[in-house]
Design a protein around this ligand. Structure first.
Ligand code: GAL
Length: 396
């Protein structure tokens, strides 16, 4: 019996020793794991933490799809967590989408507002949660918004106006043989829309006043020519009405100022199908939407103002990094950023209420695109490629 017990004890000890061997090998794993935290340290501080909420207006307009993708990609590539939401051009939807992002614990919000004046409550909620907001492309009218990244909106309009002065040869035109123009502007809820319109109008007004340029419909005020939600069909309907009311006899029409591409698309459709005259109507736009670039190649739209949204996203990322690191957003940041595009600091123009509080604004520089320069402005820098039919395809 003793022998049996001794044997059993010996067996137990053998098993126990064998079992002890396993933890010995396990010890190599924690040792191996130590390399992971060490590896993380090589990532610059501040880049591995941070949750960014990105709220875009709608997917129904081409540019916002590009903006959303670029922003999400840039933030994720820099090590942030990013959540991207679109709000279908519905203001209430955007408010609740932003509230959801706040509830999810975002550290920073990047918002392109559907209606810049309708986000007051939710901006107050963001501030109460110590969340800074970057107004992206469109300003938000609330004093809790301290940062704005956009293109120089007024100069978008200036470029359109200057293009028309040149294309219509207004300098050599006289009031006894004037040029004729109509106007279509953007969404009155979008803070950018009056900037675009005023930029163009400030260039064209002297010619309207001297009678060198004539608007037969006399619809030259922003409120009258605005297009809710930048909607293509709304722009189309209004253009058809104007053509039926003032040009049904084939009266001369030389140009149609459109503030952006989605409205230009509607106006081009109306002119193509309903204009009874034989003038080429020079139509302007903004954004470089693929459908409009197709019209530019086909000679149906004369120009667009291009805003490189990939660069806008780049600038937003660097500003977000500074904000999250508690560093100032100032000229030194721009100088040190090493961007391969031009951007200017403006601390005065974009006031968020009548208190005079102005968002610190980083404004990129837009460019005119025509049939003569799209290779150089869009294709060579890699924003677009040309397909087999000679049309432009957006990259990214
Ligand atoms: C503006 C934006 C333009 C244009 C328009 C329509 O706010 O700056 O680029 O896309 O909205 O969405």
């Amino acid at each position: 019996m003793k022998k049996l017990l001794a044997l059993l004890l010996a067996l137990v000890m053998v098993f126990a020793l064998a079992a002890c061997g396993e933890p010995a090998t396990e010890e190599t794993t924690p040792a191996g794991e130590e390399t992971t935290p060490a590896g993380e340290e090589t990532t610059p501080a501040g880049e591995t933490t941070g949750f960014i909420g990105i709220s875009m207006p709608t997917q129904s307009l081409e540019r916002w799809n590009r903006d959303g993708n670029f922003l999400k990609e840039q933030f994720e590539a820099a090590g942030y967590q990013a959540e991207l939401v679109y709000s279908d051009n519905e203001v209430d939807q955007q408010v609740s989408d932003i509230q959801n992002l706040i509830a999810q614990g975002v550290d920073l919000l990047v918002i392109s507002a559907i209606d810049g004046a309708a986000l007051n409550t939710v901006m107050d909620e963001a501030a109460a949660n110590d969340i800074e907001v970057i107004a992206y492309d469109r300003l938000i009218m609330n004093d809790n918004v301290n940062y704005y990244v956009s293109f120089d909106n007024y100069s978008v309009g200036t470029l359109q106006g200057e293009f028309l002065v040149e294309a219509l040869d207004l300098e050599n035109t006289t009031a006894d043989d004037p040029k004729y123009i109509e106007f279509t502007a953007g969404d009155p809820a979008d803070n950018n829309a009056p900037f675009f319109f005023n930029g163009a109008m400030d260039v064209l007004k002297p010619y309207l006043e001297s009678g060198v340029l004539v608007c037969r419909s006399e619809q030259t005020e922003f409120d009258v020519v605005a297009t809710e939600q930048w909607n293509t069909d709304t722009a189309l309907d209004r253009a058809q009405n104007i053509l039926a009311s003032y040009y049904s006899g084939g009266e001369r029409l030389d140009a149609w100022l459109c503030s952006n591409d989605s409205t230009a698309l509607g106006v081009t459709q109306a002119v193509t199908s309903d204009y009874a005259g034989d003038n080429t109507v020079i139509i302007t736009g903004q954004d470089g939407d693929v459908a409009n670039l197709r019209n530019i190649v086909d000679g149906l739209q004369a120009m667009t103002v291009y805003k490189a949204v990939a660069n806008e996203a780049d600038a937003t990322l660097d500003i977000a990094k500074a904000i999250l690191a508690g560093e100032p957003v100032d000229q030194a940041l721009i100088d040190a950023a090493g961007w391969d595009f031009e951007a200017n600091l403006d601390t005065e123009t974009y006031t968020t209420s009548d208190t005079g509080h102005a968002a610190t604004s980083i404004l990129l520089v837009p460019e005119t695109v025509t049939p003569d320069n799209y290779e150089e402005v869009l294709v060579e820098p890699g924003y677009y490629t040309v397909d087999g039919d000679g049309y432009l395809v957006a990259v990214g």
